[in-house]
Design a protein around this ligand. Structure first.
Ligand SMILES: [Fe+2]
Length: 290
């Protein structure tokens, strides 16, 4: 096997991995190295890869120590079924607009642990995917803020059409036919790594439980100032052939405004573990200003 080289991309998290030869299965030593890198850096970037949906899905599951679900099992997806974040594909998810910070499925008590995106068609310059670390934010939370959220829970909702656009008409909203929600501790333990996370986000956290709305929003705003501070941000600028795999719980992600008629930005997406199908519903996308 070729020795993998790792290059840290940011002082806090994020690393580029060089030398991966895509194949299914990967040898045990390579897998062990990749898993250690994943848990250490939270987001791994591979460049100039030629990979299909099968390898992307395999690696996504392998990094959290799981096998790809077999046909008939919960989370099984036909390899021919591909999910795209795209402003060009007819069935593209989040086809336009700016996305506020979130972890996918934060409204669920079993959100997926890992997400990946692969650059299928990228016309440069392309808008980046932007990451912050909820783990670092918890570790560095000032004592005053920590005492104010001690023992507190937050509510996270699926339908974010209420969301905090802050006057930006380009923020994308997603209106779902149903509205799942969950109430979880603000100091939340990662189910696989055990690390503590500051578990609130701009896009899906509707409020702090058992607190008047105005007070809740003011406290959330203070938490967001800390969580989304510039020194906690890492941007990945896309090129065709990039594979970016990240811990969906340790990190939150966002993106600046993507225009429907702008440069092509088609990124193939995988989830691990894939949630049960009834939870995956295509929402109605619109812009806050519409
Ligand atoms: Fe997302």
């Amino acid at each position: 096997m070729v020795e993998l080289e790792v290059r840290q991309l940011n002082p806090l998290f994020g690393a580029e991995v060089i030398g991966l030869e895509p194949k299914v299965p990967l040898d045990d030593r390579t897998l062990k190295t990749l898993r250690e890198m994943f848990d250490k850096y939270s987001v791994l970037v591979f460049r100039d890869l030629q990979i299909d949906n099968v390898f992307q899905n395999y690696l996504s599951y392998a990094l959290i120590g799981r096998d790809v679900p077999a046909p008939g099992a919960v989370g099984y997806r036909d390899p021919e079924h591909k999910a795209y974040i795209s402003n060009k594909e007819a069935t593209g998810i989040a086809p336009f607009g700016r996305l506020l910070y979130h972890s996918d499925m934060m409204w669920s008590d079993q959100p997926c642990q890992l997400l990946s995106l692969y650059g299928v068609d990228v016309e440069e310059p392309s808008q980046p995917t932007v990451f912050v670390s909820a783990a670092h934010a918890w570790k560095t939370l000032p004592a005053d803020l920590r005492s104010r959220i001690e023992g507190r829970f937050a509510e996270h909702v699926h339908d974010n059409s209420y969301q905090r656009a802050g006057g930006d008409a380009n923020v994308m909203t997603a209106k779902f036919a149903d509205d799942d929600k969950v109430r979880l501790p603000i100091g939340h333990r990662h189910p696989r790594t055990g690390q503590m996370l500051l578990y609130v986000c701009q896009q899906m956290t509707s409020g702090i439980a058992d607190m008047p709305a105005a007070e809740s929003e003011a406290l959330l705003e203070e938490l967001f100032q800390h969580l989304y501070a510039p020194e906690n941000v890492f941007e990945h600028h896309w090129h065709k052939g990039d594979l970016v795999i990240w811990d969906n719980l340790a990190l939150q992600h966002a993106r600046p405004n993507v225009m429907a008629d702008g440069p092509a930005r088609t990124l193939r997406k995988t989830f691990a573990p894939m949630p049960a199908m009834p939870k995956i519903k295509q929402p109605e996308f619109s812009l806050a200003g519409m």
